[in-house]
Design a protein around this ligand. Structure first.
Ligand code: ADP
Ligand code: ADP
Ligand code: ZN
Length: 220
């Protein structure tokens, strides 16, 4: 099962990916996480990506596409992957088609998680992330049991780009460049709209049933 999570920043892609990993054993490929990992190791790519991430604009296509192509060649993703945060524009969507067809693979499902923009601002500015395991919390919608601390014991921090100004820019970039991918994928019949405004459990119930339907369609 090869899945793309489409949806604006803050829609809950990472939150739902965590549950998909647990239930279906899929491997998450999250380009934002990969850039943040590269940055924390101070690699040239990480330092380059930071310039774009800080303003909320997109890292250049050739950088992201190269990274994804390399990652999707890994043995561990042969059993299925969840792409989280890629593709983010038409060029990247075409690159993904090429990467998959060259390796005899295809997408099974594109989940379009829909959430109102004003809710997204609240979700992103209140987001806290674990330094150790990458787990997601929210100051109001899903606070940790112990303040500032993940259930794994790791320290929670606020991402540099989760400030209101950068968030607004990211939402604009989404609207201009990523949202058009809904029309790119719709004709394939693989796109499923998910109402992401409900609780994480309610959203996941719809996500899981879409995965189950796509899985049985693939077997038939
Ligand atoms: P969010 O989870 O809030 O949507 P991400 O962690 O996916 O954010 O992305 C953070 C930043 O990393 C983006 O604002 C962008 O600068 C960069 N980035 C991540 N994925 C891509 C991509 N596919 N193309 C270009 N830039 C990307
Ligand atoms: P994305 O990966 O799409 O940027 P995240 O999964 O990181 O989004 O979620 C953004 C923020 O919203 C996080 O703080 C997360 O805890 C919170 N969140 C995720 N899903 C929901 C939901 N269904 N209801 C309320 N808050 C949510
Ligand atoms: Zn943790």
């Amino acid at each position: 099962m090869n899945v793309v999570l489409l949806g604006p920043p803050g829609a809950g892609k990472g939150t739902q990916a965590e549950r998909l990993i647990e239930k279906y054993g899929l491997v998450q490929v999250a380009t934002g996480d990969m850039f943040r990992a590269a940055l924390s190791q101070r690699t040239p790519m990480g330092l380059e990506a930071k310039k774009y991430m800080d303003s909320g604009s997109l890292v250049p296509d050739e950088v992201v596409e190269g990274l994804v192509e390399e990652r999707l060649a890994g043995d561990d993703v042969a059993g299925g992957f969840i792409l989280d945060g890629f593709p983010r524009n038409a060029h990247q969507a075409e690159a993904l088609d090429r990467i998959l067809s060259e390796s005899g693979r295809a997408l099974d499902l594109v989940l379009n998680i829909v959430v109102d923009p004003e809710v997204l601002v609240k979700r992103l500015t209140g987001r806290r992330v674990c330094r150790d395991c990458g787990g997601n919390y929210h100051m109001v919608f899903g606070p940790p049991e112990v303040e500032g601390q993940c259930s794994c014991g790791g320290e929670l921090y606020q991402r540099d780009d989760d400030n209101e100004e950068t968030v607004r820019n990211r939402l604009e970039v989404y609207r201009d460049q990523t949202q058009p991918l809904i029309d790119f994928y719709r004709p394939s019949g693989k796109l499923v709209d998910i109402d992401g405004s409900r609780s994480p459990d309610e959203v996941f119930a719809d996500v899981a049933s879409a995965v189950d339907r796509a899985g049985s369609a693939g077997v038939a």
